[in-house]
Design a protein around this ligand. Structure first.
Ligand SMILES: [Zn+2]
Length: 115
């Protein structure tokens, strides 16, 4: 149930963003859910209404988007999405060494303000 802690963090970030924009109400917040995280979007959505009660976010909707894994190859610098066809290595040089540069986190992407 660690999704709850993600929701609390995202809600706090969204409240800060909404306040900075002098919002009166928020329509929806968009969240990127990294492919490599084990966060279940449905759980985020389930906890959301309780977490936003009595805040500026009350009544808004949480929308999630999958953030695919991107690896930067240590051999040739290519950025790629690991796939089975390439044995999860670099499609250009075949190297398995690389740095994960996307898909690892749960990030607040945007806050849509009600006008
Ligand atoms: Zn490579």
């Amino acid at each position: 149930m660690h999704e709850m802690s993600y929701v609390v963090r995202l809600v706090n970030e969204a409240i800060t963003a909404a306040e900075e924009n002098n919002a009166n109400a928020v329509k929806q917040i968009s969240v990127l859910v990294g492919e490599m995280t084990d966060v279940v979007p449905d759980y985020l959505k389930r906890y959301y209404p309780d977490c936003v009660k009595n805040t500026i976010l009350e009544g808004s909707e949480l929308v999630t988007e999958l953030d695919p894994v991107v690896i930067e190859c240590s051999g040739c610098g290519k950025k790629y999405h690991p796939s089975k066809e390439n044995n999860y290595g670099c499609p250009d040089c075949g190297s398995a060494a690389g740095k994960i540069i996307a898909g690892k986190y749960v990030v607040l992407k945007s806050v849509e303000i009600e006008d």
